[in-house]
Design a protein around this ligand. Structure first.
Ligand code: GLU
Length: 912
């Protein structure tokens, strides 16, 4: 290499020293700016190379350093150069777009070929000027093809000036194919752009196109870095054609930065040019300051422009030597052959330039080559190339192994952020294992999802970190705001590399993110409570009447009794002869005291009747009305009780979705914003459409925030009047633990849960391979058994009768209250009897002047002597000789009732 360079230098020096005197000399002018050393060097090197190898003509150069923005001074310099230079055949430059047009204009007027290399958005007129810089429209088409292949859903454009928008016109036209809006914002040069970038961050933009001059790129990226947007999740496409020369290590970026350049550094013409430049610099005792990868656009284009001009001029020289003459701006003296030279340049072409083939059409360069490079951790890597020969195609340069290599470097350097949500048994908060255990990072969680990611991480040799989606949602698209929420939003905003939970793979989600192969298959089914009555109401016998009716009945009972009392006192028929034998009694007796009235109405209320009956017309009338009232009430009660208990016992029943859809009593719902809701909403099947309409119109809402809320609602809704449409895997988990619940019917569809990741994620293939391996090795089914059957109370319902009792018998749960009333009533009666017993003892003791103990013993003996059915009024009477018992069946002595009464009164009891 060194030897080769040495020889080249020697040859050039010798050729320069012994140059053939017979060579025809021509002069080319160069208008250069003071900071364009590399461009000047490229100009010189290209001329000397031509001069060294051409034996017929040689080119000398005449240069002027001109201002970048002072048009007047540039005008003067250019005219001075033109009038003071003999054999001038063309002028190169200047490169500043602000002053280049004046030189073009002068050259047009004097018909001197002018070669430009600066960016120009306007279409040149028919002139003697050519511009080797790629055409604005072609460049814009090239940029658009590159951006399209980046597969961005949406992006923001940060531009410097309105020239940028011309450059990006075809990029902006991509909007028609994008679902989301392209945002366009102008940056402020040499100012703080953080507020602008923060605003874009808040709007959720993660992809950016930056179009600005090279010197503004790093300050802008520094602002981006300060707003924490220079990480893996953000991508930038920088359109400056010199962006590949920036030292990106200064900003320590993890973002994906892409740019384009006009050449391939590995191409032979580029390598040769670099060698020429090295020689040229060596000739001036300097060292070339850059390598093939750092060539900027200006020297590259100047090199190609000079080569193109001198080569084509030489071709023209060989056929028709242009006649030379002096020119002047002042006197408007043109070069007669100039127009021919310029025209010839425009119809010819040159292969093998540093920037590819040079060819013109309609006065503009019609060829363009773009190499797309990615900047990864400061290193540039060519990834694709585009050329104007096939404007719609981007030729990918990375081989499989390159991508693999890049992938493994990426995987090892990255901690995967896994977005998830809390939901049993996929992800749950872990309880500390011992007091004082500090739970941090992934150890805060446990569950099926975490275990799957852990297994995948082991297979891929990566690290990961679980984070929870801020809104706790799965991921739903809002067509009004055109945005996603939940886990899907986290992926789209590049806040996470992966998303996992019971996240169903749906068509709509698939259009926004990629999914791994499913790690679980399932379908929508119905969660419902078992038909065993959930309502344990021992006072169910009260239910046939509303409590207010019960109150009315009690009030009616009391009121009727009081009224009957007054009626009976007034009714003459109820004043009776106390002694029927006495035909002319002196006194009449009325038996309807309050006690008897209450007993009478209670007896008829209970349908038992009573040994007392009214005899007066009015009291009989009142009693009949009461009996009528009681007849209706008690028949209604009996009928209602039977119906009610049967209804409670059997409960409402459904056995599939069809049955559910055909009734309106049992309400049903789904998780809000989940795949199940979407399934019903979007179904074309009439049953599911009907179900969707019922769910949609139900008030209050039948939708729940999570599966747990849905399960709770099924359990707490009285009388099984709510069913929850849920995914079968989650139902399986619930019914394994909650024996009051069951799955009704089969699956309504079939789908799967997958791990979601941003579209075109480079690690998708590796994740898929890992999932497949876990499936084949049985790890997935082991984990399923662990989280469904073993952990957190799994298997609790294995021994429990899985079906509902088919018997229609009433249980204690419904009839217990009757027993309770009976027990309490009898207990109260027993207490009263005790009180009566002791009251009687006290009274007897006082009357008979006996001790309480003595009377108690005697009375107790009577009470427990069950065979004795008669007792003297005064057990301590002197006539009493013995305790005699009459045990004839009727309780009467042989002398009939009157004798019995006498015996009772005298205290003498006969024994049979
Ligand atoms: N797995 C569902 C989803 O990913 C949520 C639960 C459901 O809709 O039943 O949206």
């Amino acid at each position: 290499m060194q030897l080769c360079r040495f020889f080249t230098v020697i040859v050039i020096i010798l050729l320069t020293i012994f140059k053939c005197e017979s060579k025809k000399r021509y002069v080319v002018g160069l208008l250069i700016h003071d900071d364009s050393h590399d461009t000047e060097m490229a100009f010189d090197a290209a001329l000397s190379r031509f001069n060294s190898f051409n034996i017929h003509i040689e080119f000398e150069s005449t240069k002027r350093v001109v201002s970048k923005d002072d048009v007047y001074s540039v005008y003067n310099e250019a005219c001075d150069l033109i009038s003071s230079t003999e054999n001038l055949v063309g002028i190169f430059g200047p490169t500043s777009p602000a002053v280049a047009p004046i030189v073009t204009s002068i050259c047009n007027n004097l018909e001197i070929p002018n070669v430009q290399i600066h960016w120009s958005s306007s279409q040149p007129q028919e002139t003697t000027s050519i511009n080797v810089h790629p055409d604005a429209k072609l460049f814009s088409i090239g940029l658009a093809t590159v951006v399209k292949n980046l597969n961005w859903n949406s992006f923001a454009i940060l531009f410097q000036d309105y020239e940028s928008l011309i450059r990006l016109q075809y990029v902006m036209a991509l909007q028609k194919d994008l679902k989301e809006r392209i945002l366009i914002r102008q940056i402020e040069l040499n100012a703080d752009n953080r507020a602008l970038i923060k605003d874009l961050k808040n709007r959720g933009y993660v992809h950016f196109i930056i179009d600005c001059d090279l010197e503004h790129v790093i300050p802008l990226l520094k602002d981006v870095k300060e707003v924490e947007m220079l990480d893996y999740f953000h991508s930038y496409f920088i359109t400056s054609l010199d962006a590949h020369t920036i030292d990106y290590t200064k900003i320590d970026s993890n973002s994906n930065i892409t740019t384009v350049r006009l050449f391939d550094p590995e191409d032979e013409p580029v390598q040769n040019t670099i060698r020429d430049w090295e020689v040229s610099e060596m000739y001036h005792n300097r060292k070339l300051a850059f390598g093939p990868h750092e060539i900027k656009i200006e020297p590259a284009l100047m090199h190609d422009a000079v080569n193109f001009f001198v080569e084509r001029f030489y071709q023209l020289y060989l056929t028709q030597r242009p006649v030379m003459q002096s020119m002047s701006c002042k006197n408007m003296i043109k070069w007669d052959a100039g127009y021919r030279v310029a025209s010839y340049l425009k119809i010819t072409s040159m292969e093998n330039g540093v920037t590819g083939k040079i060819m013109f059409k309609n006065n503009t360069r019609s060829t363009l080559y773009l190499q797309v490079v990615e900047i990864i951790h400061g290193n540039t890597k060519p990834v694709a190339e585009w050329s104007s020969f096939d404007v719609d195609e981007l030729n990918l340069l990375r081989s499989e192994s390159d991508m693999h290599q890049q992938m493994s470097t990426f995987l090892q350097n990255t901690t995967f952020i896994v977005s998830s949500r809390i939901g049993r048994p996929y992800l749950m908060y872990r309880e500390p294992q011992y007091p004082g255990e500090v739970l941090e990072g992934n150890s805060k969680f446990e569950g099926f999802s975490l275990d799957i990611i852990d297994e995948i991480a082991k297979k891929m040799n990566i690290s990961y970190k679980f984070v929870l989606a801020a809104d706790k949602l799965y991921g739903n698209y809002n067509p009004v705001t055109k945005s996603w929420n939940g886990l899907i939003k986290d992926l789209l905003d590049r806040r996470a590399h992966l998303a996992i939970c019971d996240l169903t793979i749906t068509h709509q989600r698939r259009s926004a993110v990629d999914f791994s192969l499913p790690f679980m298959t399932l379908g929508v089914s119905i969660l419902y409570s078992k038909s065993k009555p959930t309502d344990r109401d021992i006072f169910a016998f009260m239910n046939p009447f509303d409590s207010i009716v019960w109150m009315y009945i009690v009030t009616a009972y009391i009121s009727f009794t009081l009224i009957l009392y007054f009626i009976a006192r007034m009714a003459p028929g109820d004043w009776e002869n106390p002694n029927p034998n006495d035909l002319n009694p002196e006194e009449l007796e009325n038996i309807w005291d309050l006690k008897n009235c209450f007993w009478f109405s209670l007896g008829s209320t209970m349908s038992q009747g009573c040994d007392l009956l009214p005899k007066g017309i009015s009291s009989r009338m009142a009693s009949s009305m009461w009996w009528f009232f009681i007849l209706i009430i008690s028949s209604s009660y009996t009928a209602n009780l039977a119906a009610f208990l049967t209804m409670v016992q059997m409960g409402p029943s459904i056995d599939n979705a069809e049955a559910l859809s055909k009734q309106t009593k049992i309400k049903y719902g789904t998780v809000e914003g989940g795949a199940t809701q979407a399934f019903f909403r979007e179904s074309n099947f009439s049953t599911y459409q009907r179900m969707w309409m019922q769910m949609f119109q139900a008030k209050p809402s039948v939708f729940e925030k999570s599966n747990d809320d849905g399960v709770k609602r099924v359990k707490t809704t009285k009388n099984g009047l709510y069913a929850f449409l849920m995914e079968s895997s989650s139902i399986e988990y619930v019914v394994e633990r909650d024996c009051e619940l069951k799955q009704v019917g089969g699956r309504l569809d079939s789908k799967g849960y997958g791990i979601a990741m941003p579209m075109n994620s480079p690690y998708r293939h590796d994740i898929n391979t890992a999932v497949l391996k876990l499936q084949e090795e049985g790890v997935l089914s082991r984990l399923k058994t662990k989280w469904w059957k073993e952990m957190h109370g799994g298997g609790a319902c294995d021994d429990v009768d899985s079906g509902a009792s088919s018997s229609n018998e009433l249980g204690l749960a419904n009839t217990g209250g009757v027993f309770l009333v009976l027990g309490i009533g009898v207990a109260i009666a027993f207490l009263i009897s005790l009180m009566e017993f002791f009251w009687n003892i006290r009274t007897t003791a006082l009357e008979e002047h006996k001790g309480l103990g003595e009377v108690f013993l005697v009375e107790l003996r009577f009470a427990v002597s069950f065979w004795i059915v008669k007792k003297r009024v005064n057990v301590f009477s002197s006539k009493t000789s013995t305790l005699n018992i009459s045990s004839n069946e009727n309780g009467n002595n042989e002398n009939g009732n009157s004798e019995d009464t006498l015996a009772d009164v005298s205290g003498i009891v006969k024994v049979d």
